[in-house]
Design a protein around this ligand. Sequence first.
Ligand code: HXC
Length: 259
Amino acid sequence: MAYETIAVRVEADQVGVITLDRPKQLNALNDLLMNELGAALKAWDADEKIGCMIITGSEKAFAAGADIGAMAKYSFADAYKGDYITRNWETIRAIRKPVIAAVSGFALGGGCELAMMCDFIIAADNARFGQPEIKLGVIPGAGGTQRLPRAVGKSKAMDMALTGRMIDAAEAERIGLVSRVVAYGQLMDEALGAALGIAGLSRIAVMAAKESVNRAFEGTLSDGLMFERRLFHALFATHDQKEGMDAFVNKRPAHFTHQ
Ligand code: HXC
């Protein structure tokens, strides 16, 4: 399928890579881009061969936010009735296979929120994260006030949301917003290495792990622990569990068939 605002490729038949591609606007996220991103992710989520996905941008910008030019003139009535800007962002939440954000340069506003919607973030050392919406007279609209405090705690989240200041990759790693920081030249190798590793594991176990970790953000500890235990026990019904444990016991590599 041909896209206008993203470039897609498949690595090693197993990893889908999406490159946000509106370089003149620093990958500002407009409706078309979010539609195309959602469509590409959904197609790979349903594709048996794909085990993991990566979203990345350019060296200068992962994404500098929602497209300010496109939304500047909206009235409340338009935005509310049409669920503008935010309506097609929920697609990403519904993706069940892992999605990694490989972030270089600016990840601001909706760009930071998009990165946080992914399952984990690998950052280049030049990455900058921020929620500068407050400077535009608005607030984050795609999870910034909800996912950021869950990721980094109230004080840092308030600092970022109230001042709009950017943090660099080192600070982002220190506060737990990103999982790894590497030199810019290593960014895609690092992300691909992680994605290929995940794609080689039991798909069922990987999807269950994602579902269970996400559950930690939704409800109580008791509910989350019960949910995890049920999934853990359910995995003993899979062939992959027999294969993985037999391979360990017999000191041989495991060959998962995702059954
Ligand atoms: C539209 C954008 C844009 C954006 C940059 N551009 N960010 N266009 N929407 N979010 C455009 C600029 O207008 C400019 O176009 C070109 O990209 C290059 O940007 P410059 O500003 O010239 O680059 P630079 O001086 O290097 O500064 C980079 C920057 C700055 C610090 C990232 O562009 C910036 O502050 N951008 C806005 C960041 C922001 O406020 N994001 C939050 C948006 S609100 P021209 O045509 O002049 O070359 C949001 C709400 C989310 O995200 C809600 C989610 C549902």
